[in-house]
Design a protein around this ligand. Structure first.
Ligand code: XIL
Length: 366
């Protein structure tokens, strides 16, 4: 049903309006400042030296997140070393341009260096390594990273805890199958920076389903027992053109009703592409724009949904091409030449509609 709906209302207007990032006179960032909902994007610090990249970034966004620069494999080349250079570059850029920074991510079963995953550490050794990692990185960025994805993608699509070195291989807690290891990570992060907002972040749980049910139960339990968690990140990588918008809305509603902030953390909408990366069906650009607009509106409707962040902003550097082995791409706001796509205007229209009736974002949960 939502699929048919999208097809009929795909806005023809969007096909012809591209290129002028100031089409409505205001950037995404200016509109965002008026709504109280942050507009963010994932950043690769190595691209900051590219003028078009950094000027677009500074003009359009007031929130940045390290796409990879704060992950274990970058920060921890070996067990003794903490390499903050890339993360520091991003934080410096953000500070210079008055942007907030989200940290991503402290605990994940992926993106870990081989020395960590292959050395067969004991449970006690792993626990000490993780505690030290969280303490050092969160302390290093104290006062500069305002929100952390403490734990990323801990659940599988059936709502079971995923196998990972942190959970059960061998794990850092005493019980396999329990969320105790996640709880422990939140407690360590809170100790290192009591003012940072702490998020649980995941994919495939954006709508109401068995996976988001499992996350909901965990968060509710944490909340009831005083575990320091402030929010839930909904990644929102969209790979088909008929996402369940009503379900996303209902899911945001139930998490915010729990007192959680919700951040949309990794929004992109992948389109089928040709071998050269061009969009296979031009009509998909309108459908894509409509999906972005509706997801943004779903967030903007709920005062507890306080950030909309895309996973990169130019198709030139999107992760979608590599993760789909070249079959999909064109998932972001600007094309490879930094021309604004229909999606850009769609996001602006969503923000503009809210800017006229701002919702005051609630004070961060403690
Ligand atoms: C991806 C990055 O975009 C790639 O550059 C990297 O090679 C692999 O990780 N969910 C997440 C992100 O939480 O960290 C992932 O980022 C995309 C899926």
């Amino acid at each position: 049903m939502p699929c048919r709906l999208l097809r009929t209302i795909a806005l023809p207007l969007f096909f012809v309006v591209a290129g002028g990032s100031n089409a409505s006179g205001q950037s995404l960032r200016q509109l965002s400042d008026r709504t109280g909902v942050l507009i963010g994007t994932a950043v690769r610090p190595e691209q900051l030296s590219e003028a078009a990249y950094s000027s677009t970034l500074a003009r359009e966004f007031n929130l940045v997140e390290a796409e990879d620069a704060m992950k274990w494999w970058v920060v921890r080349p070996d067990a003794q070393t903490f390499d903050f250079r890339q993360g520091d570059q991003l934080v410096a850029f953000a500070r210079a341009h008055g942007m907030k920074v989200r940290g991503h991510t402290l605990v994940w079963g992926r993106s870990n260096p081989p020395w960590l995953t292959e050395r067969h550490f004991t449970r006690e050794q792993l626990s000490a390594l993780l505690q030290e990692h969280i303490r050092k990185i969160v302390t290093h960025y104290r006062g500069q990273v305002f929100a952390w994805d403490v734990v990323n993608e801990a659940f599988d699509e059936h709502g079971w805890l995923r196998t990972s070195i942190w959970h059960d291989q061998p794990g850092i807690g005493s019980r396999v199958g329990s969320t105790a290891y996640i709880e422990q990570a939140f407690r360590w992060a809170h100790t290192a920076d009591p003012a940072a907002l702490l998020f649980y972040n995941d994919a495939e749980g954006e709508t109401v389903n068995v996976k988001s049910d499992a996350i909901y139960l965990m968060v509710k339990d944490f909340k009831q027992r005083g575990v320091p968690i402030n929010g839930v990140g909904l990644q929102m990588h969209v790979f088909d053109l008929s996402p369940d918008i009503e379900g996303i809305d209902a899911n945001i509603a139930r998490f915010t009703a729990l007192g959680m902030q919700v951040h949309i953390t990794e929004l992109d909408v992948a389109l089928p592409t040709n071998a050269d990366g061009s969009v296979r069906d031009g009509a998909d650009l309108g459908k894509q724009a409509e999906i972005y607009r509706k997801i943004a509106l779903a967030c903007l409707r709920h005062p507890g949904c306080t950030a909309i962040q895309t996973w990169g902003f130019t198709d030139k550097y999107s992760w979608i091409r590599s993760t789909t082995k070249g079959s999909k791409g064109a998932a972001l706001l600007f094309d490879s030449g930094y021309l604004a796509k229909p999606v850009y205007l769609a996001l602006k229209s969503a923000l503009a509609s809210r800017a006229q009736h701002p919702v005051t974002a609630r004070a961060p949960a403690q």
